[in-house]
Every structure is written in structure tokens, then in C-alpha cells.
Design a protein around this ligand. Structure first.
Ligand SMILES: Cc1cc2nc3c(=O)[nH]c(=O)nc-3n(C[C@H](O)[C@H](O)[C@H](O)COP(=O)(O)O)c2cc1C
Length: 267
């Protein structure tokens, strides 16, 4: 009897250790220029137990924002990747791969293009995550998904850099399944109507820090769910010398909190 108890205790003690060493592993692979996406990658790794891999360019982008804009702008226009020091990765041991990046020009940065074109992502389960100034999860993930058509996309997560203090709680909600609806589903919204009255108050409060986008709202659709109200405003946006464009602005308000801008997406 005593011997059986000792053996049973030993099995129970060893079981978690065995699971850690032999079970399927997950990988968080990410590119980050100024560290915001790296912080988000760390949160994903911490909450999922995944390993982390930072994509390193053979020649790093300059520290200057303007110079990086110019260099990456050309690469993105020509749809070319940027050579990586660690371009080939053995993905075989991994079950789910979390791919993270900052949105650049509404799309994926060139080093991420290199990673997905140089590695066979077929048959893998991928979760996409990104950080951005104002938005671009939808447009960037479309580009990424086109580059890996055989891959199952298990979820997409995006957060504005200025909201990073909420990242841990939002990643937890996303991983638990409830966050997916926030960015992925357009279902359940009211018919579009002219934006006026209280809609405009919400809009002004949530977009106060985004004056540079010169947003002019004209239509709005609303969705009410327990604990969350979502607005999609159809707006015009004009930045600098660029031509005016039509965008969708997603604003969220959790119960008892202020409304905030979740994302701006080009229509
Ligand atoms: C070259 C470049 C292009 C960018 N383009 C966009 C953009 O199209 N939309 C946007 O919302 N933010 C844009 N941003 C802002 C970044 O996505 C944002 O600051 C991000 O959180 C930076 O992440 P990182 O610190 O991991 O590099 C751009 C930044 C750079 C440097």
C-alpha cells in the first residue's frame, strides 16, 4: 500500500514536467522597430507559455522615423521583403504560431513578408497580432493571409500603441475567446444612419487624440452587447497632402468606462 502511494505521488509530481517537455509548443514570432510590438509579444508569450523569436533584419532600419518611412515605403510599394539574419526557422515543433508586427503603411512591415515567404506556413495554425498608431489590423492581416493561403487563421488581435496599458487584459480576453468578436465580426450592427447628437459626442470624445487624421464622420452603425457598445462611423479622413479617403472608425465603450478609438480602417 505504502509503495503504491509513493509510486502514485511520483507520477503526479512528474506529470506536469513531462507535459512541459514533450507536449506541442507554441511560438511567438515578431518584428518590432521601436519596442511596442515587442511588449505585446511578451504578453502573448507570457499568457500562452509560447517561446519567443524576434525577427532581426540583416541591416536594421534607421532610428529616424522619417528615414524608416522612406526606406520601408519603397520596399512596401515594390512588395519586397527585407533580408533577415534569422529568415529560416524550424517550425516543425510548433503547434500555434503567433505572428506579430507594427502596422506600416496599413500593411505588414517588409521583414514579416520575408519571414512568411521564406518559411512554409502550410498546415500551421496562426494567430495574427499587431500594434498601430490608429489602425490597420484588417488591411495588414489581409496581405499576410494572402501570403500564406494554406494556413488556418485562428484569430486576429490589434491594439493602438497609446492603449498598451490595457494590452494584458485585452490579450487575456482575446485568448479566452471574447476578444475575437471585437475586431473580427461586423454582425449585429444597426442599419447605418446619419451621425448626429449623442453619436457625435461619443465620436468627439474617442477621437480627441487623433486630430492629425482630420476625421469627418457622416454615417454610423451601432451594436449593443452585454457590457460593450460598439460604433462604426463612416468618415472622410485627410492627412497632409494625401487625397481625402473614406475610412471606418471603430469606437468601443465598455460598461462604466469612457469610449475609445479601437481602429481606423480604409474602406
Ligand atoms: C514606417 C512606419 C509606418 C507606419 N504606418 C502606420 C500606419 O499605416 N498606420 C498606423 O496606424 N500606424 C502606423 N505606424 C505606427 C506604428 O504602427 C506604431 O507606432 C507601432 O506601435 C510601432 O510598433 P513598434 O514599436 O513595435 O515598432 C507606422 C510607423 C512607421 C515607423
Amino acid at each position: 500500500m505504502k509503495l503504491r502511494l509513493i509510486i502514485l505521488s511520483a507520477i503526479l509530481l512528474l506529470a506536469p514536467a513531462c507535459k512541459r517537455s514533450s507536449g506541442p509548443k507554441d511560438l511567438v514570432v515578431y518584428f518590432s522597430h521601436t519596442g511596442t510590438t515587442e511588449t505585446l509579444a511578451g504578453i502573448f508569450a507570457q499568457q500562452t507559455g509560447a517561446e519567443m523569436l524576434r525577427l532581426e533584419c540583416e541591416e536594421a532600419y534607421p532610428d529616424s522615423f522619417e528615414a524608416t518611412l522612406a526606406i520601408s515605403g519603397e520596399e512596401i510599394r515594390d512588395a519586397v521583403g527585407r533580408p533577415l539574419k534569422n529568415c529560416k526557422v524550424d517550425l516543425e515543433p510548433y503547434n500555434t504560431i503567433y505572428i506579430g508586427y507594427p502596422v506600416w503603411y496599413g500593411t505588414i512591415p517588409p521583414p514579416v513578408r520575408t519571414f512568411v515567404t521564406d518559411n512554409d506556413m502550410g498546415g500551421k495554425k496562426v494567430v495574427i497580432f499587431c500594434t498601430y498608431g490608429s489602425g490597420g489590423l484588417k488591411s495588414s492581416s489581409r496581405t499576410l493571409e494572402d501570403l500564406m493561403p494554406e494556413t488556418e487563421i485562428a484569430g486576429r488581435f490589434g491594439i493602438a500603441a497609446r492603449r498598451m496599458e490595457h494590452a494584458a487584459e485585452e490579450v487575456a480576453a482575446f485568448l479566452a475567446g471574447s476578444g475575437k468578436a471585437v475586431s473580427d465580426s461586423d454582425e449585429g450592427y444597426s442599419e447605418p444612419r446619419s451621425a448626429e447628437g449623442s453619436d457625435l459626442e461619443v465620436f468627439r470624445s474617442a477621437t480627441a487624440g487623433y486630430a492629425y487624421l482630420n476625421l469627418v464622420p457622416f454615417m454610423v452603425s451601432v451594436r449593443e452587447e452585454p457590457g460593450l457598445t460598439s460604433w462604426i462611423f463612416v468618415c472622410e479622413s485627410s492627412m497632409g497632402d494625401s487625397p481625402t479617403r473614406k475610412v471606418e472608425v471603430l469606437i468601443l465603450q465598455k460598461e462604466g468606462e469612457e469610449p475609445y478609438l479601437q481602429s481606423v480602417e480604409k474602406i
